[in-house]
Design a protein around this ligand. Structure first.
Ligand code: PT1
Length: 276
């Protein structure tokens, strides 16, 4: 079970985390209110399509993305969290800034998804002060420069050791183990070969039986394999999610909830038909 604010999530079957981006649409020009409304509607559609959690992000962490300020992030997140306060699934907030974490948790966020794994000063304390779940993700470097020359002697071992260190830091800060999720961080300071090694050996990236979250949806690693642009990576994304589930991932972070749900349903139907 994963403790997640007022929710208690069963990890018996893989869960689907639907991505909702709140990064401003620079082409729309109709401002924050329109972005807010669009995000709320997107979250409701993701839930209707079968999302078990929503991951709300107000700052892009894609390679080379420009950071948002703390106040911009809070201003984008709070109205959406407020509108989703009564929603039936936990809302995760994708942020590494402690002030944003505190504001989001006060407004009902049930999970913090931190690409810096609570390494920013004050982040451990912000999460420890609540009962939210937290995703600790591995990243080599920082978003702006992480893809310039990723380098590892043993990517799987280094990711596992890093995550084990962050689990220890969370424990020392008073964050209970049943609140923790681990993530190898696909595409965060990794070449295609690094990402493939992590997927192939996903079961080796965890520590002490903690649940693993995998996020490969529409990422460039799938573009490198298929030769397809970001808008044409649905099939590859669903395949990657299913492969992660087959290697033990407990949470799948995806854009395409309905399609991922169907793939998991087929997988589970076959698994149920096999004699024990
Ligand atoms: C992730 C993740 C995330 N990914 C978690 N949070 C992103 N826990 C944002 C590319 O190569 O995997 N786990 N939050 C999005 N980041 C990327 C990274 C998007 C790489 C695209 C790429 O295309």
């Amino acid at each position: 079970m994963l403790r997640c604010g007022k929710f208690l999530l069963s990890l018996e079957r893989p869960l689907i985390m639907g991505i909702v981006n709140l990064t401003p649409d620079s082409f729309s020009g109709d401002g924050l209110a329109a972005d807010t409304q669009r995000a709320i509607e997107h979250a409701r559609r993701q839930i209707a399509a079968g999302a078990d959690l929503i991951d709300l992000g107000a700052e892009s962490s894609r390679p080379g993305a420009i950071p948002a300020t703390r106040d911009e992030e809070i201003a984008r997140l709070l109205p959406v969290l407020e509108a989703l306060a009564d929603c039936p699934v936990p809302i995760s907030v994708d942020t590494y800034k402690p002030e944003v974490m505190r504001a989001a948790l006060a407004q009902g966020a049930a999970m913090i998804n931190d690409i810096f794994a609570l390494r920013r000063p004050g982040a451990l304390e912000a999460v420890a002060a609540s009962d939210c779940a937290v995703c600790l993700m591995h990243m080599q470097g920082e978003p702006l420069t992480m893809q310039q020359h990723p380098e590892y002697a043993d990517v799987v071992g280094e990711v596992r050791d890093f995550l084990a260190g962050r689990v220890a830091a969370a424990g020392a800060a008073g964050i209970a183990r049943d609140r923790l999720v681990l993530d190898p961080g696909f595409g965060f300071g990794k070449t295609l070969d690094h990402n493939l090694a992590l997927l192939a050996r996903l079961d080796e990236t965890t520590c002490a039986g903690l649940p693993v979250l995998a996020g490969m949806s529409r990422k460039s690693m799938l573009g490198a394999i298929t030769g397809r642009p970001v808008g044409e990576r649905l099939g590859a994304s669903v395949a990657a999610a299913l492969l992660a589930a087959a290697r033990g991932a407990r949470i799948l972070r995806v854009h395409d909830v309905a399609e991922t749900r169907d793939a998991l349903s087929v997988w589970q139907a076959v698994a149920a038909a096999r004699p024990a």
